[in-house]
Design a protein around this ligand. Structure first.
Ligand SMILES: Nc1ncnc2c1ncn2[C@@H]1O[C@H](COP(=O)(O)OP(=O)(O)OP(=O)(O)O)[C@@H](O)[C@H]1O
Length: 298
């Protein structure tokens, strides 16, 4: 876990992205905070429209935030100029999108698709690296086939190889298993987990897929353009040698002390407008506003 003050591999603070469409402003991100350590695998979940793709587009360098700060592997995404941005997209981050058509060129074979980012980056030793990556992803047999001749799962594994071609430090994946059936989705996610562990690459994956979000150590929930809660899973072996799995949900506290209560907590106590707070020795109590209801502060 990151020690406060230490630099994380991905660090977003108070990130804001406002879109203006036909004179109407949409605040897609409203002060989002996120820290991801090097070599971590983090899932981002959230309702449709909560800002997940906006966040990923910013992290990938395709879009720039309106305000706040965002650093990835030491690169400041707000102040980056064109040349640094191109280098960043080519060497620092790799992307995997949901639509395979966005990941792979249809008229190139699997091997040519994986080689392409290396050709653009004028990298040597390409054919050895293509063979190595196809082997790591378990798709060596597809080498000479074009995307139309591959299954959805194979296409996504090759897309991961393409993303890894120039040895990025970070892989960003937007719904990489979204178009796949359950079993194929499990296989593709295993491939992502494999490259995370074997190559130490940091992975951020946006997903609706519980198969993915329930099998990563850390799942971050975005609500209304802010990070709201985090689920952390850990396993430990007890004194009888049996593996115990622990799941804990945390609310995310930002730099100035704001937090979002989970929806079900708010509904369960019918919390509205304002709440009573009390500082106890080792916790903070939150009660419905009694004066608004029955005069009892609980
Ligand atoms: N280019 C744009 N112009 C205007 N509004 C936009 C633009 N891109 C995103 N938005 C708006 O920003 C908000 C967040 O969108 P975003 O695509 O990040 O959500 P999401 O969580 O990825 O949703 P989904 O799960 O449906 O893909 C939405 O209200 C969306 O309509």
């Amino acid at each position: 876990m990151t020690v406060t003050g230490e630099r994380a591999h991905i660090e977003c603070e108070d990130l804001v992205r406002i879109f203006t469409a036909k004179g109407v402003e949409v605040q897609a991100l409203q002060g989002l905070n996120l820290r991801v350590d090097r070599s971590d695998l983090v899932a981002i979940v959230g309702a449709s429209g909560s800002g997940k793709s906006t966040l990923l587009n910013i992290l990938s360098g395709l879009d720039t935030p309106s305000a706040g700060s965002a650093r990835v592997a030491g690169h400041d995404l707000l102040s980056m100029r064109r040349r640094e941005r191109a280098r960043y997209q080519r060497h620092v981050v790799g992307f995997v999108w949901q639509q395979t058509a966005r990941n792979l060129l249809p008229y190139l074979t699997a091997a040519e698709n994986v080689a392409l980012p290396m050709v653009i980056a004028r990298r040597s030793g390409r054919s050895e690296r293509v063979d190595h990556l196809l082997d790591v992803l378990g798709v060596s047999h597809t080498k000479d086939r074009r995307p139309a001749e591959l299954s959805g799962g194979e296409q996504q594994r090759i897309s991961i190889a393409v993303a890894l071609a120039n040895e990025p430090e970070v892989i960003l994946a937007d719904e990489p298993t979204g178009e796949l059936d359950e079993q194929t989705s499990g296989n593709v996610f295993e491939a992502i987990r494999h490259v995370n562990v074997e190559l130490g690459v940091t992975v951020v994956v946006v997903t609706h897929d519980p198969l993915v979000s329930e099998h990563v150590r850390r799942t971050v929930q975005i609500r209304d353009g802010r990070t709201s809660t985090e689920v952390v899973r850990r396993s430990e072996v007890d004194e009888h040698g049996a593996e115990q799995h622990h799941v804990e949900e945390f609310a995310v506290l930002d730099r100035v002390g704001r937090l979002q209560l989970p929806d079900d907590f708010v509904r369960a106590l019918d919390l509205r407008e304002r709440v009573r707070l009390r500082l106890e020795q080792d916790h903070v109590g939150i009660w419905p506003d009694g004066s608004r209801r029955n005069g009892d502060d609980g």
